[in-house]
Design a protein around this ligand. Structure first.
Ligand code: AMP
Ligand code: ZN
Ligand code: FE
Ligand code: FE
Length: 282
């Protein structure tokens, strides 16, 4: 039995509606799906409505980008119930930070000779948590670039001319807020940390575990088998649960499927019960 513990819908930068994700998850026979839209739980209510009459377990979640200069550090938080709460309340501030940043990036792109307006980005992103994939899609639509990937490579990633950062939570604080909210914090797609020495990874985990980190993603799309096994071993050595998912974004990540990733991903359902045992423990 397989699950998917990392996915995005139209509530952030996925192209598919929450209900469509539930439908796809059922079609491919997943037993659990976590909806982890960036900085928002705006899709959870619709996902629950669609999942409730079915056998599929919908795990409410979100994904946060954290302060970490050495690389990209993302935190997936599972079993975070929508509504008021220590972390839930902070999501609103993070979305305001996104809005200001999107306006600044539109301005920067315009200065660079590629006119993009905040209104065009809003139109692409809809009512959800809007970010760079939407900006990239506008750039494709206006023929400034051919693909979303090209928009990132030439303009939108850190260090490129149109990149602008946004407010992020410090890692320990995000993990503590997640636990204080009853959620289960998991270090996402660890390769983006930019760490390639074992002792650096050990130092980082030694910092994050006392804050309350529960898991680290090992089952990621695009990882080779030895990488999945390596991260799963690392997790176990540190008393963490190896987690993972497809990081499905629909059309914003072409070729990547829910559940199976690039075709060879299997996230075992056994990790769900292990992770769940930490939910609601404050
Ligand atoms: P943001 O949250 O606005 O900073 O944008 C982050 C999103 O951009 C994530 O969903 C990533 O998957 C996506 N992203 C980051 N780098 C790339 C890339 N090189 N190509 C395509 N998508 C990317
Ligand atoms: Zn995303
Ligand atoms: Fe991520
Ligand atoms: Fe993600």
């Amino acid at each position: 039995m397989a699950v998917d513990l990392h996915s995005h819908s139209t509530a952030s930068d996925g192209s598919e509606k929450p209900a469509a994700l539930i439908e796809q998850a059922l079609e491919i026979g997943l037993t659990a799906l976590a909806l982890t839209d960036h900085d928002t739980q705006g899709g959870i209510a619709d996902a629950k409505l669609a999942a409730d009459p079915t056998e599929l377990e919908l795990i409410p979640g979100t994904e946060l980008s954290l302060e970490y200069d050495e690389g990209g550090m993302h935190l997936v938080v599972l079993w975070l119930e929508p509504g008021p709460g220590p972390l839930q309340d902070r999501l609103l501030e993070l979305r305001h930070g996104r809005d200001r940043r999107n306006e600044m990036m539109a301005h920067r792109l315009t200065e660079l000779g590629m006119p993009v307006s905040a209104a065009e980005i809003l139109e692409e992103g809809g009512s959800g948590s809007i970010g760079r994939p939407h900006i990239a899609a506008v750039m494709v639509r206006k023929a400034y670039v051919e693909t979303i990937e090209e928009a990132f490579e030439l303009w939108l990633t850190s260090g490129k001319p149109a990149y602008i950062g946004r407010p992020r939570l410090p890692p320990e604080e995000a993990i503590q807020l997640a636990r204080a909210s009853g959620g289960v914090p998991i270090l996402a797609h660890p390769h983006t940390l930019g760490i390639n020495r074992a002792h650096e990874m050990a130092n980082l985990l030694t910092r994050l575990i006392p804050a309350g980190l529960v898991g680290i993603e090992a089952f990621c799309a695009g990882y080779r088998r030895h990488e999945r096994e390596g991260y799963a071993d690392l997790a176990r050595r540190f008393g963490l649960v190896p987690a993972g998912g497809s990081d499905f974004h629909g059309a914003y990540k072409p070729g990547l499927s829910l559940g199976t990733g690039y075709g060879d991903l299997v996230v075992p359902d056994s990790v769900v019960d292990e992770l769940r045992s930490h939910a609601g423990v404050r």
